[in-house]
Design a protein around this ligand. Structure first.
Ligand SMILES: NC(=O)c1ccc[n+]([C@@H]2O[C@H](COP(=O)([O-])OP(=O)(O)OC[C@H]3O[C@@H](n4cnc5c(N)ncnc54)[C@H](OP(=O)(O)O)[C@@H]3O)[C@@H](O)[C@H]2O)c1
Length: 317
């Protein structure tokens, strides 16, 4: 039996759906039932129930966006750094392998291959870099699991949220057997204020940048696939292969949903950060070669996006 933490959340719901779909025996646990942020309570529960695997989809996500984390730094640190550390220690003590939903937001930019060398470009809004992204130049490479995160407390600037997610990964490093699943910007066909495709449609103005993104249901499926096929433990970038610009996503929304409105964009970073955002945003390209090498199947980002928009389910008023 699998134990799922954070089942009530946006990502947790996707794990519930996927576990039910594959008829996997599982139980959920909320903080209301047992305060699993406490080592003693969690260890007692693990020893009593003896799950074969634990999925941690719990954590602190700022709402409506990452700026909210700047106003609750203690909560953000507790949810994203202390919680995974506690789960790691409890699972180690109970000898139970587990998987943790982390984030690719600990990186900024992409890697650029040129002249026989590879350099990191932290800001893909630079016109010449953005032009490369628009034409899907093969010179743009994603960050791999061995690249040192560059949007963290150790590599500022970063948001407080990203800093705590990076520290969370460090806190569980070397503690037992676990997966670190790095998700980025979840989207799917279900209109929801947490869905990237809904967010883009609801912003007053969109923010242009370059990102790898993750289909929510496919993310949950692939996380469980890794465990099921006993892929080696460790860090995995978990986006759909490829990357998109915001303008491309808007273009697809216009094509498939025909919203009958004109989308506007912030003129530049200065305007975006003066009016719409408080804390720096992570925008990055991820490399998923390690994930694909395990043999799991993940759709290309273009296919996953088009499929979500073709099957779009508007939120009921
Ligand atoms: N949503 C995204 O865009 C995104 C992107 C990348 C990574 N992630 C990561 O995915 C994980 C889940 O995110 P989500 O969007 O599903 O979050 P969510 O909708 O806010 O749900 C998180 C769940 O975590 C549990 N939780 C446990 N300790 C918590 C704490 N200290 N503060 C807040 N919640 C706590 C809560 O469940 P109970 O109280 O019922 O136990 C809550 O329902 C997080 O680690 C997040 O960093 C999310």
């Amino acid at each position: 039996m699998i134990l799922l933490l954070g089942a009530s959340g946006y990502l947790g719901e996707a794990f519930v759906t996927e576990l039910r779909r594959r008829k996997t025996d599982f139980i959920t646990l909320s903080r209301q039932q047992v305060d699993y942020s406490r080592f003693d309570r969690l260890l007692e529960f693990l020893r009593a129930k003896k799950p074969v695997f634990v999925v941690n989809a719990a954590g602190y996500t700022g709402k409506p966006n990452v700026d909210a984390c700047e106003l609750d730094k203690a909560g953000t640190l507790v949810g994203n750094t202390l919680l995974p550390q506690t789960i790691a220690h409890a699972c180690l003590a109970a000898k139970i392998p587990w998987g943790h939903v982390s984030s690719g937001c600990i990186y900024s930019g992409a890697k650029i291959a040129e002249g026989g060398t590879v350099r990191v470009a932290k800001d893909m809004t630079q016109p010449e870099l953005h032009a490369l992204a628009e034409k899907k130049s093969p010179t743009i490479l994603g960050f791999t699991e061995t690249d040192t995160p560059n949007f963290t407390f150790r590599a500022q600037p970063c948001s407080f949220y990203s800093g705590t997610k990076a520290l969370g990964e460090e806190a569980m490093a070397g503690l037992g057997e676990n997966y670190i699943w790095r998700l980025r910007i979840p989207f799917d066909e279900f209109d929801n204020k947490r869905n990237y495709l809904s967010k883009v449609q609801r912003y007053v103005k969109a923010y242009e940048n370059v990102n790898s993104i993750s289909h929510r249901g496919e993310f949950a499926k692939v996380c469980l696939d890794l465990w099921e096929r006993r892929a080696p433990f460790g860090i995995y970038n978990m986006t759909n292969p490829g990357y998109v610009t915001t303008r491309h996503v808007v273009g697809l929304i216009e094509k498939f949903l025909k919203p009958g409105r004109k989308f506007e964009f912030w003129a530049n970073d200065d305007e975006f950060y003066q009016i719409a955002a408080r804390t720096p945003r992570s925008n990055c390209v991820m490399d998923v070669s390690k994930l694909l090498a395990t043999g799991v199947k993940v759709r290309d980002v273009e296919e996953a996006l088009e499929d979500s928009l073709k099957n779009w389910k508007p939120e009921k008023p």
